[in-house]
Design a protein around this ligand. Structure first.
Ligand code: ADP
Length: 483
């Protein structure tokens, strides 16, 4: 009913407008509009056409013409004919113009409506997908913050919009992000735009989490950057669990293999040990005789020493077997190895409060290393630090790299934990040394074997201000290796 009424309303307006024209004409003397009898009619046609379009406008024009013709009927002359001839095309043109205006207005409204619908649709998609979306301008100021971003970073859109996006990053990206943007705007050099990258994010409560970031850019009168972010915490948790299981499995396999080896070893060691005992006993007998034969005695002791070395080698072979894995050295990015190791270990409630500080020298980022093994070392060190900081009020882990004088890169992990206990500090890297109730005490000894296999060194010290620092070195990848 209402729609029907709205459909015919412009025609009613045409009648109404002509009614008003007639009322005005009745109210004022004829002499005022004698020379332009169609002026008021034209006004009504303009209003009706603008409001209702072509047909109501034409209806209004026809009504105006009929009224005038009726008025002229008694004295129809050339002047009336001229006025009528002028009025008709003018009124038709105005009505058509009004129709065009109305159609464009309707098209504009439909386009705006369509745009609104699309925007609402897009918004609902963005609100549903688990990936977060953050749009920033060229100054790094957040312009848009999706529902998933609110859930991920714990900021509401109202709080986040207008802030610098560096708020969502931990150090050192937090301090450096503005310079990254400035460099991109100046050089146009893509570092992250168009490529996905694993980085660290920072929630409102200061906790850090691993995330995958894809950045796209839009250029209109200004630059806009859109970041699509996926929280990798769950994935990394699963990966970390898997790795833990794998490494436990490897250890179990190694230990059972060791058990099998033990009997062989006992047999192998028995031989050099009995030989040593025999040679030494023979030497003693020679020395005790009335005429000691010195060259023979020296020979017996020499042979005993050889057998002792052989026994040592057998034990060394066993240790190598326990700590060994196939080494597959390649040129690796140290910062990437570190970031991945951090992301893999910083999951779970134990590490929720740990703040990470990275001070990595980009000039010496390429090392020659076995990715899996070096990450195993880093995971061990980070996990030990997290364990040591479990009950300390400050939980900070600083990772730094720098070049040593002999072209090695020194990697240091400094924590604010309990520090190294005196009873174990001298034997840290020996197997089965642990202070943890459920520790195996093999992490550091395997780490040492791995670093040794890379030609580097590993050592630890207590910090003057509390906590411990573990250092290790890796060979820097030289230009020759790059080639
Ligand atoms: P586990 O972790 O199974 O004990 P590890 O070989 O990794 O085996 O570590 C041996 C011991 O070294 C630990 O039990 C602990 O006492 C000590 N330790 C290692 N890292 C740290 C650290 N960051 N702070 C204090 N003590 C540490």
């Amino acid at each position: 009913m209402c729609r029907e009424f709205r459909r015919y309303l412009p025609y009613l307006v045409a009648f109404g407008a002509m009614g008003v024209v007639m009322a005005i004409r009745a109210a004022i003397p004829d002499s005022y509009y004698h020379n332009s009898p169609f002026l008021l009619g034209l006004g009504a046609v303009v209003l009706t056409s603008i409001y209702g379009g072509a047909l109501p406008g034409l209806l209004c024009a026809a009504l105006a013409l009929v009224i005038e013709v009726f008025r002229w009927a008694p004295a129809f002359g050339p002047e009336e004919l001229f006025n009528g001839a002028l009025f008709c095309p003018l009124a038709i043109a105005i009505a058509c113009g009004g129709g065009w205006l109305r159609r464009s207005r309707a098209r504009g409204t439909a386009a705006v409506e369509h745009l609104r619908e699309r925007e609402a649709h897009l918004q609902s998609i963005l609100d549903t997908v688990p990936d977060a979306m953050v749009v920033i301008d060229e100054r790094g100021v957040i312009q848009s913050f999706s529902k998933a971003a609110e859930r991920m970073f714990l900021w509401t859109a109202g709080e986040a919009i207008g802030r610098n996006v560096s708020t969502l990053m931990p150090s050192p990206d937090r301090e450096a992000h503005n310079s990254y943007l400035a460099r991109y705007l100046e050089t146009g050099e893509h570092r992250i735009i168009g490529k996905g990258r694993e980085v660290l994010g920072r929630r409102k409560d200061g906790s850090i989490f691993p995330m995958e970031l894809h950045v796209g850019e839009t250029r209109s009168h200004r630059y806009y950057f859109t970041g699509i972010i996926r929280d990798l915490t769950a994935r990394n948790e699963a990966e970390a669990r898997l790795r833990e299981l794998q490494s436990e499995l490897t250890h179990v396999a190694r230990f059972s293999a060791m058990g099998e080896m033990a009997s062989t070893l006992a047999h192998e060691l028995n031989q050099p040990l009995s030989a040593i005992a025999n040679y030494l006993k023979g030497g003693i007998l020679l020395l005790r005789s009335n005429e000691p034969d010195l060259p023979k005695t020296i020979d017996a002791i020499d042979k005993a020493a050889d057998q002792a070395l052989r026994a040592g080698q057998i034990i060394h072979r066993l240790r190598e077997f326990v700590g060994r894995g196939e080494i597959d050295k390649r040129i690796e990015s140290l910062s990437q190895l570190i970031d991945e190791a951090i992301a893999l270990t910083l999951v779970g409630p134990k590490s929720a409060g740990v703040r990470i500080q990275r001070d990595l020298d980009p000039a010496f980022d390429a090392v020659f290393a076995d990715r899996v093994q070096i990450q195993q070392v880093m995971l061990n060190l980070i996990r030990n630090s997290v364990d040591a900081m479990e009950h300390t009020p400050r939980q900070e882990l600083a990772v730094s790299t720098r070049l040593t004088d002999d072209d090695f890169v020194l990697i240091s992990f400094t924590d604010t934990g309990t520090g190294l206990r005196q009873e174990v500090s001298a034997r840290l890297f020996q197997p089965f040394i642990t202070t943890k109730p459920h520790g195996m005490g093999v992490g550091l000894s395997i780490s040492r074997e791995i670093i040794k296999g890379h030609g580097g060194r590993i050592w630890a010290e207590n910090n003057p201000a509390g906590g411990a620092t573990f250092h290790f070195t890796l060979p820097l990848a030289t230009e020759l290796e790059h080639a």
